[in-house]
Design a protein around this ligand. Structure first.
Ligand SMILES: [Zn+2]
Ligand SMILES: [Zn+2]
Length: 366
């Protein structure tokens, strides 16, 4: 045995396996074995992400269309928001990641190639050649299983045990929210609008709070979520079902419009709304994975407002910040992680995320 393990690993485990859109099955699967520099964890908690739902529902990003091949490779075990206990360390993994058996650990959602142009420049989140994200690719099986492997090239971090495991499963989405906020290049005097107070938007509100802009506004159709946005640090919340949010933001800004708009709703209407309420020369951050293409008047971006349009993808260099924010208790995590279910309740959990009514973050315990 060329690796170190707390106990001998079982041969098989129960796992959710994705065989295609709408075809996810609870079944027995082989337990991964660690090669050199690899880490095996016993999964403690895994969140269901909106992107898991979009993959499940058959979004073109994952299953392809006439312009692109699908990102998802089958069969694959889903799950990229997770935390696990280290149960086996391949040769050299202990030294490389400063991890011990028994530690709680997390791995950045992408395992890059470290060889392409982007990886060599430190822009590993845009990796060209492999771009393997846990839960969608066969090189990076995800966490909806009892065990999972952090393969060679992964970016692994120790998680303090003071963070409850079902809160630690939120490290990934929070890190993505932090990156989107960084892309907004918020200044101290800015009026910042974050559209969407789902798990991602709430993390963005908490991260934007750390930047202390002049006014931090959250928009959502759900009042419960807006209440949590205020607990995350929003100065003001607006519900488009009740007020004309564009009008309100214009009034708040002497009719200039907001300086920074971050779109995290997943709905095309929020893109248009942002283009209308943002000021000239403002910065618009697009985060959502949309189910369909979005049509807007691009003249606003160029001729009318000369906007900065910033994309945001994954969470480079943000995991340590997310871990630190959770450790400091900067988010009302008991309000955000609303449901914990066994792995076998996967379909129920998916339906809950789809309806989005009574849940915010749903986690599974394999
Ligand atoms: Zn996610
Ligand atoms: Zn690369």
């Amino acid at each position: 045995m060329s690796y170190q393990a707390s106990t001998s690993l079982p041969k098989t485990m129960s796992a959710i396996v994705c065989w295609g859109a709408q075809d996810y099955r609870l079944q027995e699967w082989d337990v991964p074995q660690p090669e050199a520099e690899e880490v095996i964890v016993r999964v403690k908690s895994v969140g269901i992400c909106a992107s898991d739902l979009k993959c499940y529902q058959g979004a073109p990003l994952f299953w392809g269309d006439k312009h692109r091949t699908g990102y998802c490779q089958t069969p694959v075990i889903p799950g990229h928001e997770f935390v696990g206990e280290v149960v086996a360390l391949g040769a050299g993994a202990r030294e490389k990641y400063n991890l011990e058996l028994g530690d709680l650990a997390v791995s950045e959602q992408i395992v890059p190639c470290w060889k392409c142009r982007f990886c060599k420049r430190g822009q590993y989140w845009m990796c060209q050649d492999k771009h393997d994200v846990y839960g969608f690719r066969q090189a990076t099986f995800g966490a909806m299983a009892e065990y999972m492997k952090f393969p060679v090239g992964a970016l692994n971090y120790k998680v303090p045990t003071s963070i409850p495991v079902h809160h630690a499963a939120f490290i990934e989405p929070l890190a993505c929210g932090i990156h989107a906020v960084k892309r907004g290049e918020i200044q101290l005097d800015d009026v910042v609008v974050i559209a969407g107070a789902g798990p991602l938007g709430l993390g963005m509100v908490a991260a934007a709070r750390l930047k202390n802009p002049r006014l931090l506004v959250a928009i959502d159709l759900n009042d419960d979520r807006l209440e949590i946005a205020r607990l995350c640090g929003a100065d003001l919340t607006l519900n488009p079902a009740r007020v004309d949010v564009i009008d309100e933001v214009m009034k708040l800004t002497d009719h200039y419009g907001c300086d920074v708009y971050i779109e995290a709703t997943g709905y095309p209407a929020a893109v248009e709304q942002g283009l209308r309420m943002i000021r000239k020369l403002g910065t618009f951050v697009e985060f959502s994975v949309m189910r369909e293409p979005v049509t807007v008047d691009w003249t606003i971006i160029g001729d009318t407002k000369e906007l900065n349009i910033h994309g945001a993808h994954l969470s480079p260099y943000c995991y340590p910040i997310a871990i630190n924010m959770l450790q400091k208790g900067l988010l009302p995590m008991d309000r955000i992680v609303t449901h914990q279910m066994p792995l076998s309740s996967f379909h129920e959990g998916m339906n809950m995320v789809a309806s989005g009514k009574e849940s915010i973050k749903v986690t599974l315990t394999p």
